[in-house]
Design a protein around this ligand. Structure first.
Ligand SMILES: [Zn+2]
Length: 327
């Protein structure tokens, strides 16, 4: 997994998440060395602090991203400050799909009118907040709903993969499909088309490329992949490895590897794993223990002896003796 750079973000006007601000005076901007950051004749008035570097934990797209409340601007801000901005401004990371849902085949041209509607919707959200000349793709802010759109898309792509990998009917997607702008696929082929089109577009930054310098010499330009691309790469890796999802017997979450302390098997991958984390495993173990204690007391009250109870519950006699004394 590549490292990501996370810069500080803040929220304004109840839902706009900013990660840069502007000077109105261009001369001053140049003096401050803002030339590097000139954006459509606007300049960043404070160079963003050198961002901290983060590496996404395994299964970030299932866990941290899966848990994000996509309707809560404050939670989305905290998420952005921890992991970075999910989705570049301008929806550039969300593809223009070539899969034709109506005719269930690959179309010659981008074929989804809803994708255009999504753009319109976002334009109407951000336009009143944009400065004159501020470009759609190089804005220094997004509306939190733009982040929601990206989060929900990854979660829906994950759902498609989970349904297809288990050989379940795509009709099951209707229970939790989240991307309101994107028609839920009703045929398997359409679901495959959506998965392939949107993931492939999201992954397009992951290739080695050279650029030409001003003097005409080629050079390799280091780049930082985006959070959206990296989360999609995690999903694509699981698809490539035909990784089946497990479902936690305690909290119901989808996962691949158990997270947690070594005692409970740190990041366990092999064997029968019922719980997504050591805390779910522990919580379930405590609940099981409590049930056994209650059962032991009930049997004891009915007149059953300690030895017999121990055998019945497959427990140690000394434990049962302790339980029935209420300790
Ligand atoms: Zn769990």
């Amino acid at each position: 997994m590549p490292e990501l750079v996370v810069s500080e973000a803040w929220i304004e006007d109840g839902g706009f998440i900013h990660f840069g601000s502007y000077l109105t005076d261009e001369e001053e901007a140049k003096e401050l060395g803002g030339g590097k950051h000139l954006i459509d004749n606007l300049s960043v008035d404070r160079l963003p602090p050198p961002g901290k570097q983060v590496t996404l934990p395994p299964e970030f797209y299932l866990r941290e991203l899966g848990d994000l409340d996509a309707d809560d601007p404050e939670e989305i801000l905290a998420f952005t400050n921890t992991w970075g901005l999910l989705g570049k401004p301008g929806l550039v990371e969300i593809g223009q799909p070539f899969f034709d849902m109506e005719h269930l085949r690959v179309a010659r041209s981008s074929s989804l009118p809803e994708r255009a509607e999504l753009t319109k919707e976002v334009v109407s959200l951000v336009d009143p907040h944009s400065r004159q000349n501020e470009s759609w793709e190089n804005r220094q802010f997004v509306h939190f709903r733009e982040i929601s759109v990206h989060a929900r898309l990854i979660r829906d792509l994950t759902r498609i993969y989970a349904v297809l990998a288990d050989g379940r009917d795509v009709a099951e997607l209707k229970d939790d499909w989240e991307s309101a702008w994107l028609p839920r696929p009703e045929q398997e082929i359409a679901a495959q088309g959506i998965l392939v089109d949107y993931l492939s577009h999201a992954l397009s930054p992951f290739h080695v490329a050279l650029s030409l310098q001003v003097d005409g010499r080629p050079f390799y330009e280091p780049w930082h992949p985006t959070l959206f691309a990296t989360a999609c790469l995690q999903l694509a890796n699981d698809i490539a490895q035909k990784q089946p999802y497990r479902r936690c017997h305690k909290c119901g979450r989808q996962f691949v590897i158990q997270r947690g302390r070594a005692k409970y098997g740190q990041n366990r991958r092999e064997g029968e794993i019922k719980f997504c984390s050591s805390s779910c495993a522990k919580a379930q173990a405590q609940r099981d223990l409590y049930r056994r204690q209650v059962e032991a007391r009930r049997l004891h009250a009915d007149g059953m002896g300690v030895e017999a109870i121990a055998e019945h519950l497959d427990a140690k006699a000394e434990s049962v003796a302790r339980w029935v004394k209420g300790r």
